[in-house]
Ligand binder design. Structure first.
Ligand code: KG4
Ligand code: ZN
Length: 319
């Protein structure tokens, strides 16, 4: 069925047309350039941007899919989690369209949609799986028995993984969003030169803590800035930081699989675009015969297709 997906939970305004797991269009526009000088998303700026762009993005999405509003059979929208003002724009648009077109409306959880992106690409993944969401606002590990049946096994106790990337990039004066910039700088750095602490909540716990490593980077920078932090040192800091974050994520995600005796790990969220993290997860998982599934890059970052895909699957399951 033709499903219109709408995603406005943070700084991406996105509208898609999907049919089952087939993506007919997935238009994403971002206000990221407006936030970069602040080192993080400014909620007021993000919601104003959504208001301005939601209509043009909708039009472009329909045109790309080659359909009109009259063809839409279901509207799916991100309900939570996210910035309240930003969510409101998408939800208001979705409600207005559902009402005026007389089609059903389904509200979707953004985090589950990140994981569902895997099911849209790889048809051979079956439940149960361990889901790992690593994004700018969330870091959690869950046991997924079905698309509507999850249990959180662990989550961050302070900063999210993506937030740590963003804050470290800000400390180093590298801009926003931090993840892709740090990943690029790390390629020219030596991950073994500076060892940052790995925080583990307590033995056997699947919770995370990323605020310690962020503070460790801050202390390192403050201690060394008088002697000058040249580009090479910044690259080494990026590489050392990224490696520490990868270690923490890999250890907990694979521990969750082993504890639950589940041999499939599905990952999603902006940080899952990180190639070093993907490689480390895949390498370590092989030792335990665990399969790691990660969506292609365009479905890792915030996008409406994952919302439409999950929305239709949930709708069909309920009706
Ligand atoms: O899922 P997402 O697009 O939005 C949220 O739902 O939060 O994730 C955005 C986060 C940002 O913190 C960004 O720095 C991080 O994902 N990110 C990355 C990479 N690309 C985006 N982190 C590490 N490596 C990347 N390549
Ligand atoms: Zn997200």
């Amino acid at each position: 069925m033709y499903t219109l997906g709408i995603e406005t939970s943070c700084d991406e305004t996105s509208v898609s047309v999907t049919n089952g797991n087939d993506v007919l269009s997935n238009i994403v526009t971002s206000s990221v350039h407006l936030h970069s000088k602040y080192g993080g998303v400014v909620p007021e700026i993000a919601s104003r941007f959504h208001l301005e762009y939601i209509n043009p993005v909708l039009k472009k999405s329909l045109k790309t899919a080659g359909i009109t509003l009259k063809d839409i059979e279901l509207v799916a929208v991100t309900k939570e989690p996210g910035l309240v003002g930003s969510l409101l724009v998408g939800v208001s648009m979705a409600k207005a369209l559902s009402f005026s077109l007389s089609v059903p409306l389904i509200e979707v959880d953004h985090l589950i949609a990140h994981l569902y992106a895997n099911y849209m690409c790889y048809r051979d993944i079956s439940f149960p799986v361990i889901g790992l969401v690593v994004s700018g606002g969330h870091t959690s590990i869950m046991l997924m028995d079905d698309i509507d049946k999850q249990k959180v096994l662990g989550r961050t106790q302070d900063d999210a993984a993506g937030e740590a990337f963003d804050k470290v990039a800000k400390i180093l004066g590298l801009g926003y969003p931090g993840g892709p910039i740090i990943e690029k700088r790390a390629l020219s750095g030596d991950a073994g030169k500076i060892r940052f602490p790995r925080s583990f909540i307590k033995k056997g716990s699947l919770d995370f803590s990323f605020s310690g490593i962020k503070t460790a980077v801050l202390y390192y920078v403050n201690r060394h800035k008088s002697s000058g932090l040249n580009e090479a040192v910044i690259n080494d800091i990026c590489a050392g930081f990224q490696e520490a974050v990868c270690d923490m994520i890999v250890d907990n995600a694979l521990l969750a699989c082993r504890k639950s005796k589940i041999s499939t790990l599905v990952i999603g969220g902006g940080v899952s675009a990180n190639v070093r993290l993907r490689d480390r997860l895949t390498q370590e998982a092989e030792k335990w015969s665990i399969r790691v599934s990660s969506p292609p890059l365009k479905l890792c970052l915030d996008n409406a297709a994952m919302i439409g895909g999950l929305g239709e699957a949930l709708y069909k399951k309920r009706s």
